[in-house]
Ligand binder design. Structure first.
Ligand code: PLP
Length: 231
């Protein structure tokens, strides 16, 4: 059973925390968008989120997103974000299904997405700031080396960078990671001004989104915190 009332409270509480974190950082709350991560929930929950005014849905896997989208029939009401690693053999489906891909983590994958997409697609480049081997993504140095080639690819609108902080309770570690991503975006913006605006930073999850907003996040990806005591 789904406790819709509790889900509403959770959504409102997170929206309030987003607003407070933005104000505290001297930013406008409307600069920050919550992407509701739904990898762990059913299409029924996505429908309830949509009823509560949530517009942005984040899924990790192409197949899951397809199944849920088909079950929902909410075409046009929701924007779907791919936030998990994209396998090469899923690129064709992914570009047809998602409104934004956050997880382009290599030159070859980015080239493949450019080749397969039929329309201008907003994408973000994933950066492995922490250097953990378990994580995908460009290293900051790789990205600085590759960005010029990526900018030349047709059909892609490279509109930002994405990262995941390490799993830790130490918010200083998370802050350093988010700050590094912001500074990287600033360097690239300055270097390629005119060609690359990079307005978006996708960073911050349930544990650390307020820290991420303090460092400039425009897209926060929230899963667990939305579902506390909802089931
Ligand atoms: C699962 C996931 C999230 C959400 O994490 P929570 O801790 O549940 O908020 C965000 N981003 C990515 C890439 C994820 O896989």
């Amino acid at each position: 059973m789904l406790d819709v009332k509790r889900l509403r409270q959770n959504v409102k509480a997170i929206e309030k925390r987003i607003t407070n974190a933005a104000v505290k950082a001297g930013r406008k709350p409307e600069e920050v968008t919550m992407v509701a991560v739904t990898k762990q929930v059913t299409s029924e929950v996505i429908a309830a989120l949509s009823e509560l005014g949530v517009r942005h849905i984040g899924e990790n896997r192409v197949q899951d997103a397809r199944d849920k989208k088909e079950a929902l029939q909410l075409a046009g009401k929701l924007e779907w974000h791919l936030i998990g690693h994209l396998q090469r053999n899923k690129v064709r489906d992914a570009v047809a299904m998602f409104d934004c891909i956050h997880s382009l983590d290599s030159v070859s994958l980015t080239e493949e997405v450019s080749k397969r997409t039929q329309r201008e697609l907003p994408v973000l480049l994933e950066v492995n700031v922490s250097g953990e081997l378990s994580k995908g993504g460009f290293t900051p140095a790789d990205l600085e080396r590759s960005i010029e080639a990526l900018l030349a690819l047709p059909q892609l609108r490279i509109c930002g960078l994405m990262t995941m902080a390490p799993q830790t309770d130490n918010m200083d570690v998370c802050r350093f990671c988010f700050r590094t991503l912001r500074e990287l975006a600033e360097r690239l913006r300055a270097k390629y001004s005119g060609n690359l605006s990079l307005p978006h930073l996708s960073m911050g999850m349930s544990q650390d989104f307020e820290v991420a907003i303090g460092e400039g996040a425009t897209l926060v990806r929230i899963g667990t915190a939305l579902y506390a005591e909802v089931f």
